[in-house]
Ligand binder design. Sequence first.
Ligand code: NAI
Length: 385
Amino acid sequence: MKKLKWGMIGGGEGSQIGPAHRLGAGLDGAFDFAAAALDHRPEEGRAYGQRLGLAADRAYGDWTEMLEGERNRADRVDLVTVATPNATHFEITKRFLEAGFHVLCEKPMTMTVEEGEEIVKIAKTKGKICAVNYGYSGYSLVRHMKAMVARGDLGKIRLVKAEFAHGHHADAADADNPRVRWRYDPAQAGVSAQFADCGIHALHMASFVIGQEVERLSADTVSCIESRVLEDDAMVNMRFDGGTVGRLWTSSVAIGRQHGLTLQVFGETGGLRWSQEQPNQLYWMPLGERLQVIERGEDNLSPEADRTSRVTIGHAEGMPLAFANIYSDLAEAIRAEKAGRPIDPAADLYPRAEDGLRSMAAVFAVAESGATDGAWVDARPPMFR
Ligand code: NAI
């Protein structure tokens, strides 16, 4: 099968998330890395692109140059990943969608709800894919949890509990650290810090697994480090549109916790627990039976889990492979579009622009509720009310 062409903006040398995208996109042989504008410093971006194997004329100095360079090529990129800092996502994603490219944008997709609605509309009008990198939803056992919920193994879902609490910004001395300080500064980060950075991953995972969207929420937001304007900890109570109760805790001052993304789902006939730090085990407690450990790669899991598992049972499979599953979903979607055939349903699970928009509405709802002593507020984007 002919390879698809892939391009990247941001993710330069030393960036946090760039390598995971390159590993993910390259892993299954579906995409060739063909073009990039990797760095905010044009010369560094060009040089690094060439060191990664790009042709000199496709290792661009900045994203506007890349847009002009790619737009009229017969072999232009099929998919563009946007992995730059948050405030640039909207403009870059919008311009590439308008030029007819498929886009995978890092989270948060935009800085405002209005921008999110605009992206959803442009993607629809143009008939292009706009995916958002909730990459943790690519884990095989997360897909399996979703399949178990959908086929009724847990009965009606009563409660979902999501956490994304780490301790990496717990040092009060970080008030003067330029790599940390901007995150809690409204002028640079927007209306929320920790919820917008990590809470939305936990919220997306909860919605993805239970197949419901959050309708309203009440948030307690605090800055445990007093010099911070924006929150470094939030506890959010939620109600989903299918009647499920949601509890979400996110923090950046939880010393001793490393990554901290965990999901628990409790239904009428069973409970599930999964953690990002042990992604190859899923704890399953059917009502009245013994606790069971489901291993990634076991026989007779769901088609969604089988499709997203690569190495045999007992061998560790981790985060870049979860990202690779988002890329393999996108390769299937792009190939189906080119061939005019339906998408394999087990692959049609990549997070959409609509998910990016819902997250942004939730971010603003958390900020509003946090500022009004936990008042319950509508968490839906106006477009979906
Ligand atoms: P970073 O600061 O480590 O790297 C950003 C990279 O983008 C740098 O190489 C920089 O030179 C480049 N860049 C900045 N402006 C640019 C421009 N205008 N054109 C081209 N390149 C530009 O940031 P990090 O942590 O890698 O985060 C990037 C994005 O990824 C953020 O939106 C963040 O929220 C998201 N992220 C997502 C994760 C996930 O699990 N989905 C995990 C970590 C980050």
